[in-house]
Write a protein that binds this ligand. Structure first.
Ligand code: IMP
Ligand code: MG
Length: 186
C-alpha cells in the first residue's frame, strides 16, 4: 500500500476543516449527520474538534452492484436519522467521488424539512465528478486512486488503518488470495 496521508496530516486537515465549520456555523444550532459507514472515523475526530453544542445523528447509504448488471444501485436507509426538521444540518461523508451518493442523500434528507443542509467530506477525488453538487467543506483533494483507511474500505476491510493509503494492484491480488483462503489480511 502506498501511504497518501499519514496520521499527522489527517489530524491537521481535519482540525482545519473543523475550524472552518465552526466559523460557518457560529451562533447557530448545529446538527451533524454522518453517512454510515465510511464517515465513522472522521465523525469521531471531527465532532470532538468542533467546540460548540451540537446534535449528532447518522444515516446509511450503501451501494452495491447488481448480480447481472454493472450499474451501482444506491440504497439510503434513514431509519436511524434523528429529527432534522427546522435544523441547520451538516452532512459528513468520507469521500466525494462521482458525487452521486452525496447528491442522493441530500435529496433524501430534504424530505424531512431541515432549514439548511451543508456538507463536509474528508476527501475529494480529482476529475471524477458526475453531478453538479459540490461539498461545502473538503479537507483534502486526492488523485484518482482507490484509497483505504481512516474509515474507507475495500470489501468492508481496512477502515481501521490510522492512515490513508492507495491500494495497488499487488494489494488487490493479495486481498483476493487471502479472501479465498478465508484469512484476514494484515
Ligand atoms: P460517489 O457516490 O461516487 O461519490 O461515491 C461515494 C462512495 O463510494 C463513498 O462514500 C465511498 O463509500 C465509496 N468510494 C468511492 N471512492 C472510494 C475509494 O477510493 N475508496 C473507498 N471507498 C470509495
Ligand atoms: Mg464504502
Amino acid at each position: 500500500m502506498k501511504i497518501l496521508l499519514d496520521k499527522e496530516a489527517l489530524h491537521d486537515g481535519v482540525a482545519q476543516m473543523a475550524q472552518q465549520i465552526e466559523v460557518a456555523f457560529e451562533g447557530r444550532q448545529l446538527t451533524i449527520v454522518g453517512i454510515l459507514t465510511g464517515s465513522v472515523v472522521l465523525m469521531a475526530d471531527l465532532i470532538r474538534k468542533i467546540d460548540q453544542p451540537m446534535r449528532v445523528g447518522v444515516i446509511q447509504a450503501s451501494s452495491y452492484r447488481g448480480a447481472t448488471t454493472q450499474r451501482r444501485e444506491l440504497v439510503i436507509n434513514s431509519e436511524l436519522l434523528i429529527d432534522i426538521s427546522g435544523r441547520d444540518v451538516l452532512l459528513v461523508d468520507d469521500i466525494f467521488d462521482t458525487g452521486h451518493t452525496l447528491k442522493s442523500v441530500i435529496e433524501k434528507m430534504q424530505e424531512y424539512g431541515p432549514s439548511s443542509i451543508r456538507s463536509a467530506v474528508l476527501l475529494k477525488k480529482e476529475g471524477r465528478q458526475e453531478v453538479a453538487c459540490e461539498p461545502d467543506f473538503t479537507a483534502f483533494r486526492i488523485p484518482d486512486e482507490f484509497v483505504v483507511g481512516y474509515g474507507l474500505d475495500y470489501e468492508d476491510m481496512y477502515r481501521n488503518l490510522p492512515y490513508l493509503a492507495a491500494l495497488e494492484s499487488h494489494d488487490l491480488k493479495k486481498h483476493a488470495q487471502l479472501a479465498t483462503e478465508n484469512q484476514l489480511p494484515f
